[in-house]
Write a protein that binds this ligand. Structure first.
Ligand code: 3H9
Length: 652
């Protein structure tokens, strides 16, 4: 039964059981409506406890129903009926109460959670706003400033914070359901609290603060409509009466639900959850992992070590000498400290991570490791030397992974005694924050190694995308292609700041030249030098990046790159870069001509499309959706477009 009722004395316990996340599907809404009817009619019932089976309270409306004809009862209607029930309803919330789930909890007369519960209105991330009264009821329960943060920001709050805000009434001390029943019993003796819809809105603490918050939300929206609609809905909630605000909320919700942006965001939501469904490893058991080795304590290696520690693994970091080992250890400790301060881990988990971490200068410390990830200098011979030296110290079944961004992992695997246990794990920097992980399968890798890599990614809470071996795999290959196109445009008539501005306008958080200045121009310079011997002499080659590097302009870290940087960190147009670019156009006999923002973006998108088509043809990328996921998560391709493939496949 999707919704069932049991009684305990004079308390009815209504249980929703709709795996995996108890979404408020049509069956759930119908079941709840019946339960409301039955419990209202039953004189023996004094109060109702609403809870969910499985891992979570209602995680929202059923997104798969969007785009299909709506079926009664609608969630808003059902919630109005619960809110005005003749008996008090207590929401017993565990896991996550999200979107329509939190809206359901808001119409219950009491809310109790367990300590690990999270509550939020993440609709904005799907291009929506709450559509079942959330924008109208929330500012009648908690301060509108906090309501704005939750609705326009979309981030859930922890139970302790929810209690401080007044969003919930109680955190269970013991068993959640038992405490909820006790709360329901106590509530029977009290008058039913006034429905939120009949209460006035909570007063703003300061108009100035509110105005400032609105400005920030608008600035951060960068072309996405839903945060702007969230502001509008909240303004309605504060200015109109509740009935009119509810009508306005519903109209805004429906308009957004049918918009291209929401369709695109829903596409990415499901695409991100489908990347791990790789046919070959279906049903293949992953090898258990507990001890992870990381070789190389630079930014990347230390970030990978921290990511593994944050996921609860035992980690050994290897460096070549004591001094480098100390630096690597410090880097990891700084990251763990920051994660503690940001509330990513509890104090106990922090202490556990520190205890599970060791640094060594000897590969022998990895003799019982289950997985070793090398993150040393990006050079084939250096990496082969590390992998072969490592395997001399390790058990034969230990998986060897390389974090290379570009190099041929087939060649690396072939140089070892265990080619079937060698795989690519390409992290993005900062490795403990960036969600994407490319899992690069070689020609010789076995299915268990691949399945283990996917299970490892899941434990790290990463989005794992399968790639095959090929220069730059998926992410860097596409990025290199549109970077090349952007460089052609420098010679053809644009300046770096023109291209960056067009990309920002399109919705990227930063343009390609700002990004390179931030990453350091020397890294791609080294790669270009490595490839120079094999480069097709007939291929157009832009020397501007090389010439900047030859003058020691490596980007932000040297104060100069495509841009000049002042001490306060601000970027300025560089007269020197500008002159260099014009000289290069002249040297090549190119007549510079203005390139509009529209053409800039058309050329970039076109280049992405052709490179993506090649990746699909060559089987390096599994499907177009994976490419969307990669581009959104690696390089900030605007999520609300659905990624480049979805964006370009839309009609019109
Ligand atoms: C809304 O509520 C609108 C209302 O305001 C107004 C209505 C009128 N529907 O993420 P996972 C599936 S909008 C359908 O891997 P986790 C998901 O596709 C909604 N399906 O698990 C996956 O399927 P599969 C507002 C959903 O433990 C499976 O569940 N709510 C929904 O890592 C497991 O998902 C949200 O935006 C859904 N709502 O994380 C919350 N949610 O196994 C969206 C999930 O076939 N959901 N599925 O691949 C989440 O954030 C996460 O799923 C959650 C669990 C945190 C709940």
């Amino acid at each position: 039964m999707t919704v069932s009722i049991q009684t305990r004395g004079n308390i009815a316990i209504v249980t929703i059981d709709n795996p995996p996340v108890n979404a408020a599907s049509h069956a759930v809404r119908l079941g709840l409506q019946n339960a409301l009817h039955q419990t209202s009619q039953d004189d023996a019932v004094q109060a109702v406890v609403l809870h969910c089976a499985g891992r979570t309270f209602i995680a929202g409306a059923d997104i798969t129903e969007f785009g299909t004809p709506s079926q009664d009862p609608s969630l808003p209607d059902l919630l109005t009926q619960i809110e005005t029930a003749s008996k008090p309803w207590v929401a017993a919330i565990h896991g996550t109460a999200l979107g329509g789930g939190l809206e359901t909890a808001l119409v219950c007369h009491y809310r109790i959670t367990d300590r690990a519960t999270k509550l939020g209105l993440p609709e904005v991330n799907l291009g929506l706003i709450p559509g079942a009264g959330g924008t109208v009821r929330l500012p009648r329960l908690i301060a509108p400033e906090h309501a704005l943060e939750m609705i326009a920001g979309g981030k859930p709050v922890a139970a302790t914070r929810a209690l401080e805000l007044g969003l919930i009434d109680q955190i269970a001390e013991g068993d959640l359901l038992e405490d909820a029943i006790a709360l329901a019993q106590a509530s029977g003796a009290r008058p039913i609290p006034l429905p939120l819809i009949e209460r006035p809105v909570v007063a703003l603490s300061s108009q100035d603060k509110w105005d400032g918050m609105i400005r920030k939300v608008k600035a951060k929206a960068r072309g996405q409509n839903s945060p702007i609609a969230a502001i509008k809905a909240l303004e309605n909630a504060l200015e109109l009466g509740a009935p009119a605000a509810l009508v306005a909320e519903r109209a805004l919700f429906l308009e957004l639900r049918d918009s291209d942006q929401s369709k695109a965001l829903r596409h990415i939501f499901f695409a991100e959850r489908a990347t791990a469904q790789v046919g070959r490893i279906k049903g293949v058991a992953a090898a258990p992992l507990s001890h992870i080795g990381v070789v190389g304590g630079g930014t990347m290696g230390a970030g990978i070590a921290a990511a593994c520690l944050l996921a609860g693994y035992r980690v050994t970091l290897i460096e070549r000498n004591e001094e480098a080992a100390d630096t690597g250890r410090d880097r990891v400790h700084v990251t763990l400290d920051q994660s503690r301060k940001r509330g990513v881990i509890t104090l106990a988990a922090h202490l556990q991570a520190v205890e599970s971490f060791q640094v060594s200068t000897s590969y022998a410390a990895l003799s019982d490791a289950d997985l070793v990830i090398e993150a040393v200098f990006e050079d084939m011979q250096v990496k082969i030397d590390v992998l072969t030296a490592l395997e001399a110290e390790m058990r034969p079944e230990t998986i060897l992974a390389t974090n290379t961004s570009y190099l041929d992992i087939n060649e690396m695997a072939a140089a070892t005694q265990r080619p079937s246990r060698v795989i690519g794990l390409h992290f993005f920097s900062p490795a403990h924050i960036m969600k994407l992980l490319e899992i690069v399968v070689t020609d010789s890798v076995d299915d268990q190694t691949t399945a283990t890599a996917f299970a490892f990614a899941k434990r790290l809470k990463k989005i794992a995308v399968r790639a095959k071996v090929g220069e730059g795999f998926i992410a860097n290959r596409i990025m290199s292609a549109y970077r090349r196109e952007a460089e052609y445009m420098l010679e053809d008539g644009a300046m770096p700041w023109d291209i960056d501005a067009a990309m920002r306008d399109f919705g990227f958080p930063m343009g390609i030249f700002e990004m390179q200045d931030l990453a350091g121009l020397d890294i791609s310079w080294a790669m270009r030098k490595r490839l120079s011997a094999t480069r097709d002499p007939d291929q157009r080659y832009v020397d501007i990046g090389d010439k900047l590097c030859e003058s020691g302009h490596f980007g932000r870290k040297t104060g100069r790159g495509y841009y000049d940087y002042t001490e306060d960190g601000r970027a300025h147009h560089s007269a020197e870069t500008s002159a260099l670019i014009k000289d290069e156009s002249q040297r090549k006999g190119i007549t510079r001509a203005h390139i509009s923002d529209k053409i800039i973006m058309a050329r970039i998108l076109d280049r992405i499309r052709s490179e993506a088509a090649a990746l699909l043809d060559q089987g390096i990328a599994r499907c177009a959706d994976d490419i969307d996921v990669v581009m959104v998560n690696a390089f900030g391709f605007p999520r609300w477009t659905g990624g480049p493939m979805f964006y370009q496949s839309r009609p019109g």
